[in-house]
Write a protein that binds this ligand. Structure first.
Ligand code: ATP
Ligand code: MG
Length: 372
């Protein structure tokens, strides 16, 4: 199919599409060529895929409020459904020409997720009944190649659906229909806490967020019942967890990433009207998340070691080979640390090499003078 058809499917003019084309990435998956939009461009969602004349829409960016009490009534003029925000990696699954493919947030086919998902949930009946479905969800659990976070209910890796959209238009199903459908297809989903009125939501949601926080869970996503309008809010544990992670690699993470998370903590302590003692405790935890992780990094490198991003994955041989090839194909340096078999699965621990933090820390330790 020609590109002219793509512009129509995306609902944009020919000229706008030509400009978009300058920013797409060309890739190949098992002999199939495709292009994807790695960043938000000209009203086209990040992660949108153009493949063999077909479109897979990107997952929209979810806006955030820093203050529940004001943000919710600003964003919603009617009831809102509140679901748990899970901390893992985003995946969109679509069936194209008979093949079920899992796409990453930026629109790459993830060969690992594509393979492991097949053994976790049977999505074929969904695509039989709804060929245009785009199954959206989060991959969660400790054994994954991108963002590991522990959930007591997940030993290795699991899928949780949180959205169902039309692959071509990006239109979501209403929350209730979506939940019923996933249930009828036996697909595990994220938790629904309830439906709230905007005026009363802030008080009740604060309690939910506090409970999630105590269990080291990430937060909530609020949605209009028609599925269209979303808003997120995160627990302190998630902000601090992100800071701890980012400050382990202080010269590799963007400073804006850290700054945004610090700001969230400031608004939360004020909105929740914390006492002096509570605010001090938060400050203490925040300081630990920042300083102790950096201290570990500097000490490790001072002792002659390295800090890299370590992941463990468990799958069949072929899925793991495909993953390592995929990561290396993106220019990452991957060192396999352990490679074993357990109960028929291959279990591999690997490091994704982190560069700047190792180099800069070494050079500062060697007395490099900073002019700033
Ligand atoms: P982006 O918003 O571009 O994905 P981000 O890193 O800021 O980037 P998050 O802060 O994790 O993203 O928030 C949005 C993401 O939350 C979604 O892309 C999705 O993967 C994830 N998510 C987890 N649970 C839910 C849920 N119940 N509903 C919607 N999204 C969810
Ligand atoms: Mg996330």
């Amino acid at each position: 199919m020609s590109d002219t058809a793509y512009h129509r499917q995306l609902g944009m003019g020919e000229e706008a599409f030509e400009q978009l084309e300058e920013h797409v990435q060309q890739r190949e998956y098992e002999g199939r060529e495709y292009r994807h939009v790695p960043d938000y461009r000209r009203g086209v969602e990040r992660g949108t895929v153009l493949i063999e004349g077909q479109i897979v829409r990107g997952f929209p960016k979810v806006p955030r409020t820093l203050v529940l009490s004001e943000g919710i009534p600003q964003h919603f003029d009617g009831p809102l459904a509140v679901e748990e925000k899970l901390n893992g990696y985003n995946v969109r699954v679509a069936r194209l020409d008979g093949d079920v493919l899992a796409f990453s947030r930026s629109g790459m086919v993830c060969p690992f997720t594509t393979r492991v998902l097949e053994g976790m949930v049977d999505l074929e009946p969904i695509f039989e009944a709804h060929p245009d479905a785009m199954v959206c969800g989060e991959m969660i659990g400790p054994e994954n190649p991108y963002t590991a976070h522990d959930y007591p209910e997940v030993d290795s890796l699991a899928f949780r659906a949180f959205d169902w959209r039309n692959r071509e238009s990006g239109e979501p199903l209403p929350v209730e229909d979506r939940r019923d459908r996933y249930e009828s297809f036996d697909v595990p989903q994220t938790r629904l806490f309830g439906i709230y009125e905007p005026e009363e939501a802030a008080t009740e949601l604060r309690e939910i967020v506090e409970e999630l926080d105590a269990e080291d869970r990430e937060g909530i996503v609020m949605k209009a019942p028609d599925g269209g309008n979303e808003l997120k809010y995160t627990a302190s544990a998630a902000n601090q967890g992100d800071l701890e992670f980012a400050f382990t690699y202080p010269f590799d993470y963007g400073q804006a990433f850290m700054f945004r998370r610090l700001i969230r903590e400031a608004f939360q302590t004020v909105e929740w009207d914390e006492s002096e003692a509570e605010a001090r405790e938060r400050a203490h935890e925040l300081g630990e998340a920042i300083l102790l992780s950096m201290r570990d990094t500097v000490e490790t490198i001072d002792d002659g070691g390295r800090v890299d991003e370590r992941h463990t994955v468990r799958a069949d041989d072929e899925a793991i080979d495909a993953l390592l090839e995929h990561l290396r194909g993106q220019g990452l340096t991957v060192d396999v640390v352990e490679d074993d078999h357990e109960d028929g699965d291959r279990v591999v621990t690997f490091d994704k090499r982190i560069q700047s933090t190792n180099d800069k820390t070494r050079s500062y330790l060697d007395g490099h003078i900073v002019t700033e």
